[in-house]
Design a protein around this ligand. Sequence first.
Ligand code: 4NP
Length: 157
Amino acid sequence: MASQSVLFVCLGNICRSPLAEAAFRRAAENAGLEVEVESAGTAGYHVGEPPDPRSIDQARSEGIDITGYRGRQLSKEDFHEFDFIIGMDRSNMQDIARRDPGNGKAKTAMLLDILPGQEGREVGDPYYGGADGFAITWSEVDAGAQALVAVMLSENG
Ligand code: 4NP
């Protein structure tokens, strides 16, 4: 079976979704799950840019180098290419639904809806706050990533 694929989506693709991508890559690797992982923004503000320096620092503090990540914008083709498209907040989910061509294969979900007990919670945007917000973002996306790995492992089996 071809490996499954996941696209994490936030607004700018420089704060939350790169951290979700990093956390998920590590969680999948730890679980022995073979999976393609990318991230994208609903907006095109930061296309081609590296992650926010505060995201880079947060990932580095977890031992993960994300300096090579580059921003890109969510496209209609993504709905055909990815098995899962995972947004961070309700606004992302609205933008994802608006771009969904309707005939793709991707299942869409808000990240923390996958985490038992955290359904309905958003991963808040840390962009306008300080570095401490990025530690909170990390703990949220890491927990959500681990829950998604568990779902994908069960679907694999
Ligand atoms: P992100 O955060 O969606 O988590 O990447 C943001 C990054 C940039 C902007 C907004 C949110 N911006 O307005 O440029």
